[in-house]
Design a protein around this ligand. Structure first.
Ligand code: CA
Length: 219
């Protein structure tokens, strides 16, 4: 099993390399984000241990670029930053597990082995509805196989609708979920405007208006 450890604290990196080597892994070390990304992209690793706070490129940026480059090696993020927010961040970007520093070495190895055991394709599934396909991994959208270019907001609106097929979604909910906290100050008709953009790009039949209630994907 080949592992890549991306960690800028040299002593910790070396200690992990020693320990994991003694446990039977082949271990490479990268001491900054840029080198880590290069190695992870090119090397055939079974798993990557990725620190969040790194010089050059943060761990979040490394995983984002790794997944954008279609590399699906399991990644365990390791960080001193605590709290569910950071954890969710790492997992959102495509990490497979998350460990908070300081961690127990025995726990690290157990979690690593579990990660390697369930090593399937961690690529997020493509969302599809009729002719429309949306790939959350690459943020590519196609209709009947042809690329469609969407703005960030259009993409996020479409992704939200595709994740809730068959449900009527109110404008308020869309403002809240797609326009985020920035929804404060937005007029609900901004939703109508963007639904209009999507209909123009993806065909008029995709999104239904449910009078007085909101929108839903056409069945
Ligand atoms: Ca660090």
């Amino acid at each position: 099993m080949r592992l890549l450890v991306v960690e800028d604290e040299t002593r910790l990196a070396r200690a992990l390399q020693r320990g994991l080597t003694a446990d039977g892994f082949t271990v490479d070390v990268a001491l900054d984000g840029v080198t880590g990304l290069e190695r992870a992209r090119d090397g055939q690793y079974d798993a990557v241990l990725l620190d969040v706070m790194l010089p050059g490129l943060s761990g979040y940026e490394v995983i984002k670029q790794l997944r954008a480059a279609h590399v699906w090696t399991p990644v365990m993020m390791v960080s001193a930053k605590d709290g569910p927010y950071d954890q969710a961040d790492g997992l959102d970007y495509g990490a497979d597990d998350y460990l908070v520093k300081p961690f127990d070495y025995v726990v690290l190895v157990a979690r690593l082995r579990a990660l390697l055991r369930r090593q399937s394709d961690p690529r997020p599934p493509v969302l599809a509805h009729g002719d429309v396909r949306l790939d959350p991994a690459t943020r590519e959208v196609t209709i009947a196989g042809n690329d469609v270019s969407l703005s960030r907001r259009e993409y996020e609106l479409l992704e939200f609708l595709l994740r809730h097929p068959g449900r009527v979604i109110t404008k308020t909910e869309l403002l809240d979920r797609v326009w985020d906290a920035r929804g404060v100050g937005y007029e609900p008709n901004v939703v109508e405007v963007y639904v209009g953009y999507l209909r123009r790009k993806l065909g008029p039949g995709l999104i239904e208006t449910v009078r007085g209630a909101g929108y839903r994907l056409a069945p």
